[in-house]
Design a protein around this ligand. Structure first.
Ligand SMILES: C[S@@+](CC[C@H](N)C(=O)[O-])C[C@H]1O[C@@H](n2cnc3c(N)ncnc32)[C@H](O)[C@@H]1O
Ligand SMILES: [Zn+2]
Length: 280
């Protein structure tokens, strides 16, 4: 079943009307009664116009394997701490509604469910399927849907806390769906994120450019940086990390071979978590 708070926040992606759920499908209240069937795992495709998009099944598999080994646990803990501090229910809600925009397979989404019902949106079918299966297994109040970040199937002002972690930042859309006073946390690579990985591949590794944009209609509250040195054990984990990065698609065979020869890899991780509040 879908938590009432989530159901009340959802809207039909075709006509914008409210939706109801009969245990199998979401139906809209519009004249055309648009219908969206839930998959066996529980996710719903609310972007039927996108036949494919987002991360591939292989990319999802690699990320799930890597994240499951706990290397990014300090990032998850920092995100949880932010949700604990900032997720507050808006008017007419007992518990806050949280949303993970670009949730992947829900490594962080599941942790948000501690603080209130959560919905995770991603264009990758493979990712939301994995998220929905995990939510069912763990009995979480988490709803996953295939949806594009630039047109979320959510009503205006329906979300209290939004996470957007290493995914495109659709700031105008996030501002629309956040309640006034609601909080957006944007997670992005800091200057030295994965510098050790880049050192192992490239002769002249370049530091990341830090994203410093201020979404319109929002105020900057604070920025927290998670910095750690991690030691990745084994070629399988190194390859899984590499497959999660944008470098995977733009590295020559010769440079890939350097990484493939390693059994351990030490690298910095540096993630900036920037907190914004939607103007009241
Ligand atoms: C690097 S992954 C991050 C996933 C997750 N937030 C995490 O940190 O584990 C980026 C995700 O954004 C999704 N994505 C990219 N563009 C998107 C879009 N326009 N709408 C929805 N999801 C999108 C991809 O499918 C992918 O799952
Ligand atoms: Zn409709």
């Amino acid at each position: 079943m879908i938590h009432d708070t989530i159901l009340a926040a959802l809207r039909c992606p075709k006509c914008g009307e409210a939706v109801s759920f009969d245990g199998r499908s979401l139906f809209c209240a519009g004249a055309r009664r648009h219908c969206y069937d839930a998959a066996a795992s529980g996710y719903v495709n609310l972007a039927p116009e996108h036949r494919a998009g987002g991360d591939s099944r292989e990319a999802v598999r690699a990320r799930t394997a890597f994240l499951g080994r706990g290397y990014y646990a300090p990032v998850a803990e920092a995100i949880e701490a932010l949700a604990g501090e900032y997720a507050r229910p808006g008017a007419q809600r007992e518990r806050p509604l949280l949303c993970d925009a670009g949730c992947g397979e829900g490594y962080y989404t599941g942790r948000l469910a501690k603080y209130g019902p959560v919905c995770g949106f991603d264009l990758s079918r493979a990712a939301v399927e994995a998220g929905a299966k995990a939510a069912r297994r763990e009995g979480l109040d988490a709803f996953y849907a295939v949806a594009g970040l630039y047109s979320l199937p959510l009503r205006d002002g329906s979300v209290d806390f939004m996470l957007n972690h290493f995914a495109p930042c659709a700031e105008a859309e996030f501002c629309r769906v956040l309640q006034p006073g609601g909080v957006l946390v944007v997670g992005a690579a800091g200057e030295d994120h994965l510098l050790g990985l880049k050192r192992a591949i490239y002769d002249t590794p370049v530091r990341n450019e830090v994203r410093a944009d201020l979404p319109a209609g929002m105020a900057l509250i604070e920025r927290r940086t998670v910095r750690e040195n991690i030691r990745i054990e084994g070629q399988a984990d190194i390859a899984a990390l590499f497959a999660m990065t944008p470098y995977y698609y733009r590295t020559s065979e010769a440079d890939r071979a350097k990484l493939a020869a390693l059994d351990t890899l030490e690298t910095e991780i540096e993630v900036d978590l920037t907190v914004y509040r939607r103007d009241a």
